[in-house]
Design a binder for this molecule. Sequence first.
Ligand code: NAD
Ligand code: ZN
Length: 353
Amino acid sequence: MQKIHVDLDKDSYDIHIEHNCLTQVGNLIKEVYKGEKVFIITDRNVDEIYGAILEENLRDNGFEFEKYVLVPGEKSKSFSTYEDICDCLSEAGITRSDMIIAFGGGVVGDIGGFAAATFLRGVDFVQIPTTLLAQVDSSVGGKVAINLKSGKNLVGNFYQPKMVVIDPNLLKTLSDKTFNDGMAEVIKYGCIRDQKMFAELEKCYGRQDVMDNIEGYIYTCCGIKSIVVANDEKEKGERMLLNFGHTLGHGIEKYFNYEGYTHGEAVAIGMVRITEVSERLGYTGSGTAERLKILLNNLKINYCFPEMDKENFDKTIMLDKKAASGNMSIILLKDIGKAEIVKIKRVDIKNYY
Ligand SMILES: NC(=O)c1ccc[n+]([C@@H]2O[C@H](COP(=O)([O-])OP(=O)(O)OC[C@H]3O[C@@H](n4cnc5c(N)ncnc54)[C@H](O)[C@@H]3O)[C@@H](O)[C@H]2O)c1
Ligand SMILES: [Zn+2]
């Protein structure tokens, strides 16, 4: 069992990473929760494959539980599902001394975490992430949110879990598309902070090669994220490094109405394009974009910049909520493993793609 401590004073917590640890989850939860009543929030796919294992383990450890199963997919990160979850929490008689478990991918983690953050002004929760993206990114750091019609993650909070339990075995049942989505984020961590992991990934020629050392990669990514989050919980500085490739990526996702490209695909495209440009501008060491492209190619992750109407795309990018008025921060690589935050005028972003 590998353990990472996320150091946030009274909101500190541990991340447990181990193959098959879903079968020990009840025991682990007892480290942070002395009560008996838990409420599981999950989605239908995860519930069908893994629900019984979780429930049996909770039962064996003396927990009583109720659960809410949502329809898989981004559309569920909505106000109406949120309201429904809160009604069910209320009907189940959940109090502030009970525990919520968010058991699923980023969608479940985000909406489950947001329900935990707000129901009765806050109920403790544990994250059991089941996608690669959730295991290396969304379950750590406490960002919880739901979407509005006008944009993603516009209503949310910073609300840290009491514990994160990561079982890499669960990744075996992911589709290649969902696996690759998470891989784009893994590669991002290598780009911004860990040239050693990047070099190890360069020896991988597909999903199975990655899976051979997946526990190590997850450990490295969560380690990087936990340090960055501990230094900058509310994303005023260093945490912005995690947005490498994301300004363009979010723009691409939005331009295609969140239907053309998944988050990871869009981030991969964004990382390549901004690195090609910054290399041309002399900011990034030469050959960096090429290394990134070869790695993405080996792992069968697309990075082709899509055909878009330039003017419309410019508008989409400028409206990104992460762009502070007047100026904005972009993340550029000096080299693989070394990222920096660079402030530019908002209007100059169009020179970076
Ligand atoms: N909070 C954060 O810091 C943060 C960071 C990045 C992304 N996000 C959010 O995460 C969400 C995307 O998360 P995601 O990519 O995990 O998507 P997701 O939760 O929709 O999961 C993708 C698909 O995989 C299925 N699935 C999940 N686990 C499975 C398993 N073990 N085996 C088989 N199928 C499984 C799900 O049912 C779903 O169909 C977005 O809403 C995004 O905004 C949040
Ligand atoms: Zn991301």
